[in-house]
Design a protein around this ligand. Structure first.
Ligand code: AMP
Length: 403
Protein backbone atom coordinates (compact mmCIF):
# COMPACT_ATOMS: atom_id res chain seq x y z
CA UNK A 1 0.00 0.00 0.00
CA UNK A 2 1.34 3.41 -0.85
CA UNK A 3 1.33 6.26 1.68
CA UNK A 4 1.28 6.24 5.45
CA UNK A 5 -0.87 3.68 7.24
CA UNK A 6 -3.65 5.46 9.16
CA UNK A 7 -2.97 5.30 12.88
CA UNK A 8 -5.91 3.09 13.77
CA UNK A 9 -4.50 0.25 11.65
CA UNK A 10 -1.77 -2.23 12.35
CA UNK A 11 -0.08 -4.85 10.19
CA UNK A 12 0.19 -8.49 11.25
CA UNK A 13 1.80 -11.37 9.32
CA UNK A 14 -0.35 -14.48 9.21
CA UNK A 15 1.28 -17.35 7.35
CA UNK A 16 2.03 -16.14 3.83
CA UNK A 17 -0.40 -13.28 4.12
CA UNK A 18 -0.39 -9.86 5.76
CA UNK A 19 -3.44 -8.56 7.55
CA UNK A 20 -3.73 -4.78 7.83
CA UNK A 21 -6.46 -4.45 10.37
CA UNK A 22 -7.93 -2.07 12.91
CA UNK A 23 -5.93 -2.10 16.14
CA UNK A 24 -9.04 -3.08 18.06
CA UNK A 25 -8.60 -6.61 16.68
CA UNK A 26 -5.85 -8.54 18.44
CA UNK A 27 -4.45 -12.08 18.85
CA UNK A 28 -4.88 -13.03 15.21
CA UNK A 29 -4.75 -16.76 14.48
CA UNK A 30 -5.43 -18.36 11.10
CA UNK A 31 -8.51 -20.65 11.17
CA UNK A 32 -9.08 -21.43 7.53
CA UNK A 33 -8.73 -20.46 3.93
CA UNK A 34 -10.97 -20.59 0.90
CA UNK A 35 -11.10 -19.44 -2.71
CA UNK A 36 -11.38 -15.82 -1.62
CA UNK A 37 -8.65 -15.65 1.00
CA UNK A 38 -7.52 -16.37 4.52
CA UNK A 39 -9.72 -16.30 7.61
CA UNK A 40 -8.34 -15.45 11.07
CA UNK A 41 -9.80 -15.61 14.54
CA UNK A 42 -9.25 -12.41 16.53
CA UNK A 43 -10.25 -10.79 19.77
CA UNK A 44 -12.19 -7.53 19.48
CA UNK A 45 -10.91 -5.37 22.34
CA UNK A 46 -13.85 -2.97 22.00
CA UNK A 47 -16.71 -5.45 22.32
CA UNK A 48 -14.80 -8.14 24.23
CA UNK A 49 -15.98 -10.70 21.65
CA UNK A 50 -14.05 -13.14 19.51
CA UNK A 51 -14.56 -12.58 15.79
CA UNK A 52 -13.52 -14.10 12.48
CA UNK A 53 -11.83 -11.76 9.99
CA UNK A 54 -11.71 -12.72 6.33
CA UNK A 55 -9.33 -10.89 4.05
CA UNK A 56 -10.42 -10.53 0.44
CA UNK A 57 -7.22 -9.65 -1.43
CA UNK A 58 -7.95 -7.46 -4.44
CA UNK A 59 -11.48 -8.87 -4.74
CA UNK A 60 -11.82 -7.01 -8.04
CA UNK A 61 -8.73 -8.70 -9.59
CA UNK A 62 -10.91 -10.35 -12.22
CA UNK A 63 -14.59 -10.39 -13.12
CA UNK A 64 -15.32 -13.73 -11.43
CA UNK A 65 -13.74 -12.72 -8.13
CA UNK A 66 -15.47 -9.35 -8.27
CA UNK A 67 -18.92 -10.72 -8.91
CA UNK A 68 -18.58 -13.22 -6.11
CA UNK A 69 -17.25 -10.69 -3.60
CA UNK A 70 -19.92 -8.15 -4.47
CA UNK A 71 -22.73 -10.69 -4.38
CA UNK A 72 -21.59 -12.13 -1.03
CA UNK A 73 -21.33 -8.68 0.41
CA UNK A 74 -24.79 -7.59 -0.70
CA UNK A 75 -26.32 -10.87 0.46
CA UNK A 76 -24.62 -10.89 3.85
CA UNK A 77 -26.15 -7.49 4.51
CA UNK A 78 -29.59 -8.63 3.31
CA UNK A 79 -29.94 -11.89 5.15
CA UNK A 80 -30.71 -12.18 8.85
CA UNK A 81 -31.06 -15.68 10.22
CA UNK A 82 -29.25 -17.52 12.98
CA UNK A 83 -28.18 -20.29 10.63
CA UNK A 84 -26.56 -17.94 8.11
CA UNK A 85 -23.31 -16.17 8.99
CA UNK A 86 -23.78 -12.47 9.58
CA UNK A 87 -21.45 -9.63 8.87
CA UNK A 88 -20.47 -7.73 11.99
CA UNK A 89 -18.39 -5.16 10.19
CA UNK A 90 -16.42 -4.52 7.01
CA UNK A 91 -13.52 -2.21 6.36
CA UNK A 92 -10.62 -1.44 4.07
CA UNK A 93 -7.30 -0.02 5.29
CA UNK A 94 -6.84 1.91 2.07
CA UNK A 95 -8.01 5.46 2.28
CA UNK A 96 -8.77 6.32 -1.34
CA UNK A 97 -10.30 4.64 -4.33
CA UNK A 98 -6.99 4.71 -6.22
CA UNK A 99 -5.21 2.90 -3.38
CA UNK A 100 -8.10 0.50 -2.76
CA UNK A 101 -6.86 -3.13 -2.62
CA UNK A 102 -8.31 -5.26 0.15
CA UNK A 103 -11.56 -5.79 1.98
CA UNK A 104 -11.80 -7.26 5.46
CA UNK A 105 -15.04 -8.88 6.54
CA UNK A 106 -15.61 -9.26 10.26
CA UNK A 107 -17.98 -12.07 11.20
CA UNK A 108 -19.06 -14.02 14.24
CA UNK A 109 -16.41 -16.59 15.14
CA UNK A 110 -17.37 -20.24 15.01
CA UNK A 111 -15.29 -23.22 16.21
CA UNK A 112 -14.89 -25.54 13.23
CA UNK A 113 -16.17 -26.27 9.77
CA UNK A 114 -18.36 -29.26 9.02
CA UNK A 115 -15.48 -31.19 7.35
CA UNK A 116 -13.93 -31.49 10.79
CA UNK A 117 -17.23 -32.46 12.45
CA UNK A 118 -18.06 -35.12 9.85
CA UNK A 119 -14.94 -37.02 10.96
CA UNK A 120 -16.33 -37.34 14.48
CA UNK A 121 -18.64 -40.07 15.76
CA UNK A 122 -21.88 -38.14 15.93
CA UNK A 123 -24.88 -39.46 17.80
CA UNK A 124 -28.37 -39.14 16.30
CA UNK A 125 -29.19 -36.06 18.38
CA UNK A 126 -26.22 -34.11 17.06
CA UNK A 127 -26.57 -35.37 13.51
CA UNK A 128 -30.25 -34.53 13.23
CA UNK A 129 -29.82 -31.15 14.98
CA UNK A 130 -27.03 -30.15 12.58
CA UNK A 131 -29.12 -31.20 9.58
CA UNK A 132 -32.18 -29.37 10.94
CA UNK A 133 -30.16 -26.16 11.14
CA UNK A 134 -28.80 -26.54 7.59
CA UNK A 135 -32.41 -26.96 6.42
CA UNK A 136 -33.55 -23.87 8.36
CA UNK A 137 -30.70 -21.85 6.82
CA UNK A 138 -31.43 -22.91 3.26
CA UNK A 139 -35.15 -22.38 3.74
CA UNK A 140 -34.38 -18.80 4.74
CA UNK A 141 -32.18 -18.33 1.66
CA UNK A 142 -34.96 -19.72 -0.51
CA UNK A 143 -37.41 -17.23 0.99
CA UNK A 144 -35.11 -14.46 -0.31
CA UNK A 145 -35.10 -16.04 -3.76
CA UNK A 146 -31.59 -17.47 -3.33
CA UNK A 147 -31.12 -21.09 -4.35
CA UNK A 148 -27.64 -22.09 -3.15
CA UNK A 149 -26.72 -25.10 -5.42
CA UNK A 150 -23.22 -25.43 -3.94
CA UNK A 151 -23.64 -26.33 -0.27
CA UNK A 152 -20.62 -28.21 1.05
CA UNK A 153 -19.09 -29.02 4.44
CA UNK A 154 -16.23 -26.50 4.08
CA UNK A 155 -18.80 -23.70 3.78
CA UNK A 156 -20.73 -24.66 6.87
CA UNK A 157 -19.37 -23.80 10.31
CA UNK A 158 -20.36 -24.97 13.76
CA UNK A 159 -19.76 -24.16 17.40
CA UNK A 160 -19.05 -26.66 20.15
CA UNK A 161 -22.63 -26.15 21.41
CA UNK A 162 -23.76 -27.67 18.09
CA UNK A 163 -25.09 -24.42 16.62
CA UNK A 164 -24.46 -24.10 12.90
CA UNK A 165 -24.17 -21.40 10.24
CA UNK A 166 -23.90 -21.46 6.46
CA UNK A 167 -21.00 -19.30 5.31
CA UNK A 168 -21.77 -18.49 1.70
CA UNK A 169 -24.56 -18.02 -0.83
CA UNK A 170 -23.60 -20.52 -3.49
CA UNK A 171 -23.66 -20.09 -7.22
CA UNK A 172 -24.98 -16.99 -8.92
CA UNK A 173 -27.65 -17.70 -11.54
CA UNK A 174 -25.12 -16.95 -14.24
CA UNK A 175 -22.27 -18.86 -12.59
CA UNK A 176 -22.10 -21.40 -15.39
CA UNK A 177 -20.58 -18.91 -17.80
CA UNK A 178 -17.69 -17.76 -15.63
CA UNK A 179 -14.24 -19.24 -15.84
CA UNK A 180 -11.52 -18.71 -13.29
CA UNK A 181 -7.86 -19.67 -13.26
CA UNK A 182 -7.13 -20.38 -9.63
CA UNK A 183 -4.80 -22.65 -7.70
CA UNK A 184 -7.73 -23.30 -5.38
CA UNK A 185 -9.53 -26.58 -6.20
CA UNK A 186 -13.29 -26.21 -6.31
CA UNK A 187 -15.12 -29.05 -4.56
CA UNK A 188 -18.03 -30.33 -6.63
CA UNK A 189 -18.84 -33.56 -4.78
CA UNK A 190 -22.02 -32.16 -3.28
CA UNK A 191 -23.52 -30.74 -6.45
CA UNK A 192 -26.87 -32.15 -7.51
CA UNK A 193 -27.44 -34.09 -10.75
CA UNK A 194 -29.38 -31.16 -12.23
CA UNK A 195 -26.33 -28.90 -11.66
CA UNK A 196 -23.86 -31.46 -13.03
CA UNK A 197 -26.05 -32.08 -16.07
CA UNK A 198 -26.90 -28.41 -16.67
CA UNK A 199 -30.67 -28.78 -16.22
CA UNK A 200 -33.20 -26.38 -14.76
CA UNK A 201 -33.48 -26.54 -10.99
CA UNK A 202 -35.76 -25.66 -8.10
CA UNK A 203 -35.32 -25.31 -4.34
CA UNK A 204 -34.82 -29.01 -3.66
CA UNK A 205 -31.54 -28.90 -5.61
CA UNK A 206 -30.11 -28.02 -2.18
CA UNK A 207 -31.64 -31.13 -0.62
CA UNK A 208 -29.27 -33.27 -2.68
CA UNK A 209 -26.29 -31.58 -1.00
CA UNK A 210 -27.85 -32.08 2.43
CA UNK A 211 -28.28 -35.77 1.55
CA UNK A 212 -24.60 -36.01 0.54
CA UNK A 213 -23.57 -34.35 3.81
CA UNK A 214 -25.80 -36.63 5.86
CA UNK A 215 -24.50 -39.72 4.05
CA UNK A 216 -20.95 -38.60 4.71
CA UNK A 217 -21.70 -38.11 8.41
CA UNK A 218 -22.74 -41.75 8.52
CA UNK A 219 -20.08 -43.27 6.26
CA UNK A 220 -17.18 -40.90 7.08
CA UNK A 221 -16.27 -40.87 3.38
CA UNK A 222 -17.41 -38.62 0.54
CA UNK A 223 -20.32 -40.35 -1.21
CA UNK A 224 -19.63 -39.24 -4.79
CA UNK A 225 -15.98 -38.13 -5.03
CA UNK A 226 -15.76 -37.53 -8.78
CA UNK A 227 -12.56 -36.18 -10.31
CA UNK A 228 -14.75 -34.27 -12.79
CA UNK A 229 -18.44 -34.08 -13.70
CA UNK A 230 -18.33 -37.25 -15.81
CA UNK A 231 -16.60 -39.29 -13.14
CA UNK A 232 -19.00 -37.90 -10.57
CA UNK A 233 -22.06 -38.82 -12.61
CA UNK A 234 -20.65 -42.37 -12.90
CA UNK A 235 -20.26 -42.58 -9.11
CA UNK A 236 -23.84 -41.41 -8.64
CA UNK A 237 -25.44 -43.89 -11.04
CA UNK A 238 -23.28 -46.80 -9.88
CA UNK A 239 -24.69 -46.37 -6.36
CA UNK A 240 -28.20 -45.04 -6.98
CA UNK A 241 -28.95 -46.62 -10.35
CA UNK A 242 -29.59 -45.25 -13.85
CA UNK A 243 -32.44 -42.71 -13.69
CA UNK A 244 -35.76 -43.21 -15.45
CA UNK A 245 -36.66 -42.44 -19.04
CA UNK A 246 -38.83 -39.59 -17.72
CA UNK A 247 -35.72 -37.96 -16.30
CA UNK A 248 -33.70 -38.50 -19.49
CA UNK A 249 -36.39 -36.73 -21.51
CA UNK A 250 -35.71 -33.53 -19.59
CA UNK A 251 -32.02 -33.39 -20.55
CA UNK A 252 -30.55 -31.24 -23.31
CA UNK A 253 -29.99 -33.39 -26.45
CA UNK A 254 -26.18 -33.67 -26.22
CA UNK A 255 -26.22 -34.39 -22.49
CA UNK A 256 -29.08 -36.85 -22.96
CA UNK A 257 -27.10 -38.66 -25.63
CA UNK A 258 -24.15 -39.05 -23.27
CA UNK A 259 -26.23 -40.07 -20.24
CA UNK A 260 -28.35 -42.58 -22.17
CA UNK A 261 -25.27 -44.24 -23.56
CA UNK A 262 -23.69 -44.96 -20.20
CA UNK A 263 -23.81 -48.58 -18.99
CA UNK A 264 -27.07 -49.30 -17.12
CA UNK A 265 -26.88 -49.71 -13.34
CA UNK A 266 -29.57 -51.05 -11.03
CA UNK A 267 -28.11 -49.24 -8.00
CA UNK A 268 -28.22 -50.50 -4.43
CA UNK A 269 -31.02 -50.29 -1.89
CA UNK A 270 -30.44 -47.77 0.90
CA UNK A 271 -29.97 -50.62 3.44
CA UNK A 272 -26.97 -51.80 1.40
CA UNK A 273 -25.50 -48.34 0.94
CA UNK A 274 -26.00 -47.46 4.61
CA UNK A 275 -26.05 -50.69 6.64
CA UNK A 276 -26.97 -50.72 10.34
CA UNK A 277 -23.38 -51.13 11.52
CA UNK A 278 -22.56 -47.60 10.31
CA UNK A 279 -25.12 -45.91 12.55
CA UNK A 280 -24.85 -44.79 16.15
CA UNK A 281 -27.16 -46.49 18.64
CA UNK A 282 -30.79 -45.37 18.53
CA UNK A 283 -31.72 -42.43 20.75
CA UNK A 284 -33.41 -43.32 24.02
CA UNK A 285 -34.92 -39.85 24.28
CA UNK A 286 -36.44 -39.26 20.83
CA UNK A 287 -38.27 -42.12 19.14
CA UNK A 288 -37.66 -40.65 15.65
CA UNK A 289 -33.90 -40.60 16.08
CA UNK A 290 -32.96 -44.08 14.99
CA UNK A 291 -31.12 -45.73 12.11
CA UNK A 292 -34.29 -46.72 10.23
CA UNK A 293 -35.57 -43.13 10.24
CA UNK A 294 -32.21 -41.71 9.24
CA UNK A 295 -32.12 -44.16 6.36
CA UNK A 296 -35.67 -43.29 5.35
CA UNK A 297 -34.71 -39.61 5.14
CA UNK A 298 -31.53 -40.40 3.17
CA UNK A 299 -33.51 -42.49 0.70
CA UNK A 300 -35.79 -39.47 0.08
CA UNK A 301 -32.99 -36.93 -0.28
CA UNK A 302 -30.53 -38.89 -2.42
CA UNK A 303 -32.90 -39.16 -5.37
CA UNK A 304 -31.47 -38.30 -8.79
CA UNK A 305 -34.76 -37.00 -10.21
CA UNK A 306 -35.67 -33.70 -8.46
CA UNK A 307 -39.35 -34.35 -9.28
CA UNK A 308 -39.17 -37.36 -6.95
CA UNK A 309 -36.83 -35.89 -4.35
CA UNK A 310 -38.21 -34.63 -1.02
CA UNK A 311 -38.83 -30.87 -0.67
CA UNK A 312 -37.21 -28.68 2.00
CA UNK A 313 -40.55 -28.29 3.81
CA UNK A 314 -41.19 -32.02 3.87
CA UNK A 315 -37.62 -32.71 5.03
CA UNK A 316 -38.21 -30.30 7.93
CA UNK A 317 -41.34 -32.28 8.83
CA UNK A 318 -39.59 -35.66 8.60
CA UNK A 319 -39.53 -37.57 11.94
CA UNK A 320 -35.72 -37.58 11.90
CA UNK A 321 -35.67 -33.77 11.72
CA UNK A 322 -38.90 -32.42 13.19
CA UNK A 323 -37.92 -33.18 16.80
CA UNK A 324 -36.22 -29.78 16.71
CA UNK A 325 -38.99 -27.93 14.83
CA UNK A 326 -39.40 -24.35 16.00
CA UNK A 327 -41.67 -22.09 13.97
CA UNK A 328 -39.50 -19.00 14.55
CA UNK A 329 -36.43 -20.81 13.17
CA UNK A 330 -38.15 -22.49 10.24
CA UNK A 331 -40.30 -19.56 9.16
CA UNK A 332 -38.50 -16.51 10.49
CA UNK A 333 -39.27 -13.16 8.83
CA UNK A 334 -38.15 -13.39 5.20
CA UNK A 335 -35.42 -11.00 4.11
CA UNK A 336 -35.84 -8.53 1.27
CA UNK A 337 -35.84 -10.27 -2.08
CA UNK A 338 -32.42 -10.52 -3.68
CA UNK A 339 -32.10 -8.53 -6.88
CA UNK A 340 -30.75 -11.12 -9.33
CA UNK A 341 -29.92 -8.48 -11.89
CA UNK A 342 -26.65 -8.16 -9.93
CA UNK A 343 -25.69 -11.63 -11.18
CA UNK A 344 -26.56 -10.79 -14.74
CA UNK A 345 -24.67 -7.52 -14.87
CA UNK A 346 -21.54 -7.38 -16.92
CA UNK A 347 -19.05 -4.87 -15.57
CA UNK A 348 -15.42 -4.18 -16.22
CA UNK A 349 -12.95 -4.85 -13.42
CA UNK A 350 -12.73 -1.10 -12.81
CA UNK A 351 -16.53 -0.83 -12.45
CA UNK A 352 -16.58 -3.78 -10.04
CA UNK A 353 -13.85 -2.07 -8.04
CA UNK A 354 -16.09 1.00 -7.78
CA UNK A 355 -19.12 -1.02 -6.72
CA UNK A 356 -17.20 -2.98 -4.09
CA UNK A 357 -15.50 0.15 -2.78
CA UNK A 358 -18.85 1.85 -2.42
CA UNK A 359 -20.31 -1.09 -0.50
CA UNK A 360 -17.38 -1.08 1.94
CA UNK A 361 -17.54 2.66 2.48
CA UNK A 362 -21.32 2.46 2.98
CA UNK A 363 -20.75 -0.14 5.65
CA UNK A 364 -18.06 1.88 7.41
CA UNK A 365 -20.27 4.98 7.31
CA UNK A 366 -23.46 3.18 8.29
CA UNK A 367 -21.92 1.68 11.39
CA UNK A 368 -19.70 4.57 12.37
CA UNK A 369 -22.08 5.73 15.09
CA UNK A 370 -23.31 2.49 16.60
CA UNK A 371 -20.25 0.37 16.09
CA UNK A 372 -17.36 2.76 16.42
CA UNK A 373 -16.25 2.58 12.82
CA UNK A 374 -12.92 3.15 11.18
CA UNK A 375 -12.64 6.86 11.66
CA UNK A 376 -13.47 7.15 15.35
CA UNK A 377 -12.16 3.87 16.41
CA UNK A 378 -8.61 4.39 17.63
CA UNK A 379 -7.81 1.74 20.13
CA UNK A 380 -4.08 2.34 19.84
CA UNK A 381 -3.89 6.08 19.31
CA UNK A 382 -6.20 9.06 19.56
CA UNK A 383 -6.61 11.03 16.37
CA UNK A 384 -9.42 13.10 15.04
CA UNK A 385 -10.88 12.93 11.57
CA UNK A 386 -9.51 16.30 10.60
CA UNK A 387 -6.01 15.68 11.86
CA UNK A 388 -5.31 12.28 10.41
CA UNK A 389 -7.82 11.16 7.88
CA UNK A 390 -9.92 14.19 7.12
CA UNK A 391 -8.74 14.77 3.57
CA UNK A 392 -9.01 11.23 2.37
CA UNK A 393 -12.21 10.64 4.30
CA UNK A 394 -13.77 13.54 2.45
CA UNK A 395 -12.58 12.05 -0.83
CA UNK A 396 -14.26 8.81 0.10
CA UNK A 397 -17.48 10.55 1.01
CA UNK A 398 -17.56 12.33 -2.32
CA UNK A 399 -16.70 9.16 -4.12
CA UNK A 400 -19.32 7.19 -2.23
CA UNK A 401 -21.95 9.70 -3.25
CA UNK A 402 -21.36 9.58 -6.97
CA UNK A 403 -21.28 5.86 -7.79
P1 AMP B 1 -14.36 -19.25 3.28
O1 AMP B 1 -13.23 -18.41 2.79
O2 AMP B 1 -15.56 -18.45 3.68
O3 AMP B 1 -14.68 -20.36 2.31
O4 AMP B 1 -13.86 -19.96 4.61
C1 AMP B 1 -12.77 -20.85 4.61
C2 AMP B 1 -12.66 -21.58 5.95
O5 AMP B 1 -12.40 -20.64 6.98
C3 AMP B 1 -13.93 -22.31 6.36
O6 AMP B 1 -13.98 -23.61 5.84
C4 AMP B 1 -13.77 -22.33 7.88
O7 AMP B 1 -12.93 -23.40 8.27
C5 AMP B 1 -13.07 -21.03 8.18
N1 AMP B 1 -14.04 -19.98 8.55
C6 AMP B 1 -14.63 -19.09 7.71
N2 AMP B 1 -15.46 -18.27 8.38
C7 AMP B 1 -15.41 -18.64 9.67
C8 AMP B 1 -16.04 -18.17 10.88
N3 AMP B 1 -16.92 -17.17 10.86
N4 AMP B 1 -15.73 -18.80 12.04
C9 AMP B 1 -14.84 -19.82 12.06
N5 AMP B 1 -14.21 -20.30 10.98
C10 AMP B 1 -14.48 -19.73 9.79
Amino acid sequence: MSGKLPSQFTTVDVGDSTFTILKRYQNLKPVGSGAQGIVCAAYDTVTGQNVAIKKLSRPFQNVTHSKRAYREFVLMKLVNHKNIISLVYAFTPQRTFDEFQDVYLVMELMDANLCQVIQMDLDHERMSYLLYQVLCGIKHLHSAGIIHRDLKPSNIVVKSDCTLKILDFGLARTAGTSFMMTPYVVTRYYRAPEVILGMGYKENVDIWSVGCIMGEMIKSVVLFPGTDHIDQWNKIIEQLGTPSHEFMKRLQPTVRNYVENRPKYAGYPTEKLFPDVLFPSDSTEHSGLKASMARDLLSKMLVIDPEKRISVDDALMHPYINVWYDESEVNGPPPHQYDHSVDQKEHTVEQWKELIFKEVIDFENRDRQNYGGVIHNNVGGASSITEETGGSHQKRQEYGGCV
